[in-house]
Structure formats: structure tokens, C-alpha cells
Design a protein around this ligand. Structure first.
Ligand SMILES: [Zn+2]
Length: 127
């Protein structure tokens, strides 16, 4: 964390400015939790060619827990840059990878539950 660009005064200013602009963790906000952010993340990782000092639209505020979870998932959990399956889960525990078998089974399960609980509807659909 002490490496470039995080060890520069420019980053410190940008970080503070972004936390003022966006003071809440966007990861927690996605789960309807209001929690102050204390970490500013590059939306596009510097290692992936992103700018070291992007505009505020290239930055994201996170709490420490969400930031470490995001970092642990790896860059493929962010914007799709590879064809490899996406690792990790969303806030509901469902896999992020749309090609994951769980997601195919989920649509089948949804069909099954509709038939199970909505006989009238399924009959009228068939007729
Ligand atoms: Zn958070």
C-alpha cells in the first residue's frame, strides 16, 4: 500500500477528495448497508493499464472489508477483461459467472416453483 501511487501527495489529495464526494462504501450500499468508506479503489486496476490518478468516475469508495474482499476476488471480478470464468459470488451467494451451472439450474428451479405454486396460471398458459 505504500507503493506508487499511494505514497504520493497527489494520491492522498485525490483519495480525500473522493471520500468527500463519495463517503459511503459502495459495496455495502449494494447490500443496503450504510457504512463509511475509508478506502479508495481504482475501478480499473493500475496493473490492468488503468490510470494511476483517474477522475472520480475511475475511483470507488469501499470500507476495508469490502475492499479486501474485492481484492481477493481478483481483477476478473470487475469489468470483464478475459474469457475466463468469473470467480466469486454476488451478495446473495450466487456465482458471478453467468455460465456457471448454478445459474442454469436456477432458471430451471424458478420454472419448477412457478408450476408448483401456480397451477391455474400454468394451465391457462397451456390452454
Ligand atoms: Zn463495505
Amino acid at each position: 500500500m505504500a507503493d506508487y501511487p499511494y505514497n504520493t501527495a497527489r494520491w492522498q489529495r485525490l483519495r480525500i477528495a473522493h471520500l468527500r464526494l463519495s463517503p459511503l462504501c459502495i459495496g455495502c450500499a449494494a447490500m443496503s448497508i450504510v457504512r463509511p468508506a475509508n478506502t479508495v479503489d481504482h475501478t480499473r486496476a493500475i496493473s490492468a493499464g488503468g490510470p494511476a490518478f483517474p477522475g472520480h468516475d475511475g475511483l470507488a469508495s469501499y470500507c476495508a472489508a469490502c475492499h479486501s474482499a474485492k481484492t481477493a476476488r481478483g481483477t476478473e471480478a470487475g469489468a470483464a477483461k478475459t474469457q475466463r470464468p468469473r470467480k466469486g459470488c454476488d451478495v446473495n451467494g450466487n456465482p458471478l459467472d453467468p455460465a456457471h451451472p448454478w445459474n442454469a439450474e436456477k432458471s430451471l428451479r424458478a420454472e419448477g416453483s412457478r408450476t408448483e405454486h401456480g397451477h391455474e396460471n400454468s394451465i391457462s398458459l397451456i390452454g
